[in-house]
Design a protein around this ligand. Structure first.
Ligand SMILES: [Cu+2]
Length: 105
């Protein structure tokens, strides 16, 4: 995962993740970063609206098919966090989950 070229200045490292969401899984299902990284997520739902939710980081972003949403957050808490879809449009969304792993520096 470290082979992604980053053409950003030497300041806060930014990790850009394109997260595909489709019935009923995220891809990638595992995001690994380091404490202090800024993670930029582009949530791309393929079929129905989905969301990216991490309780510990107080993130809940929703996007619709054809309208990807990009947001970023600072990974300032090390640990393993579950991300999931909190929408209730379809029962299958309850199964949508992945892991954000923030390695301690
Ligand atoms: Cu969903």
């Amino acid at each position: 995962m470290s082979s992604v070229a980053a053409a950003t200045p030497a300041q806060t490292p930014k990790r850009e993740i394109v997260l595909d969401a489709k019935k009923f899984a995220f891809s990638p299902a595992k995001i690994e970063v380091f404490e202090g990284d800024v993670v930029q997520v582009t949530l791309v739902p393929a079929d129905i609206p989905h969301s990216f939710t991490i309780d510990a980081y107080k993130i809940a972003k929703r996007a619709e098919p054809g309208k990807p949403v990009t947001f970023e957050f600072l990974c300032d808490k090390p640990g393993t966090f579950r991300f999931y879809c909190n929408l209730t449009i379809d029962d299958g969304c309850k199964k949508m989950a992945g892991e954000l792993i923030v390695q301690k520096k």
